[in-house]
Design a protein around this ligand. Sequence first.
Ligand code: ATP
Length: 253
Amino acid sequence: MTSPLTARGVEVDLAGGPVVRGVDLTVGTGEFVTLLGANGSGKSTLVRALVGLIPARGSIELFGTPLARFRDRWRLGYVPQRPGSSSGVPATVREVVTSGRLAHRPLLGFASRSDRAAVDEAISHVRLGAKADQPITELSGGQQQRAYIARALVGDPQLLVMDEPTAGVDAESASVLASLIGHLVDDHGMAVLMVAHELGPMRALVDRAVVIDAGRVSYEGPVDGVRHDHAHDHPHIGAPERVRPVPEEGPLG
Ligand SMILES: Nc1ncnc2c1ncn2[C@@H]1O[C@H](COP(=O)(O)OP(=O)(O)OP(=O)(O)O)[C@@H](O)[C@H]1O
């Protein structure tokens, strides 16, 4: 089967010069890969290039299709680093999550019954049912992050790319997310690429760690093998935790 992500020789230059330099990275079906590295090493820049938000040199293929020709956007879910809150009238949780179904809908089409059911289900899986019609700005940081992850998941992606999804998130939210994502990886074969500083409860899900140092891959292998001098920026990589229970409210899809 074709890997969800295959990247070879990826290079990104930003205003100050080269930020990502010759990175090779593969994420297989049902595989959970975490990107670690010091602040400013280029992790966010790399994932933004891999999902097509910024230009890069080298070869990037999603599900076997070169990025420039990739059209099946629904297969890719992306949770950016610390999404900013919008100005003006804030969207409700339901509106934010519904926006994640856009790739499934005809242009200007209204949400179908199956879209609405998928939205309700995703909101329930991140345990925000009671807050569905509240403005997202009224939620705690951890709850907002759960809503953004529900938005990425409601499209039923086969590859989920997340940039520090649990940074600054309360312990309960981190554990809800780890449990849900573990279920999607184990039972639905979803692949994950996650930038992280603190693995927390996600640690038990990680199949492979890739450490980025000054824009290059400096280590690839088990999390346990990440050297302390790489880990010093990750004081919370921590011990494995048990996080695989299926979410209480039942499986997605
Ligand atoms: N838009 C930009 N223009 C110019 N330089 C940038 C831009 N975005 C990031 N950089 C620089 O690129 C380098 C890598 O930044 P990046 O955010 O990718 O690192 P990171 O590993 O994700 O860091 P962190 O862990 O702090 O999120 C940094 O030196 C940063 O200052």
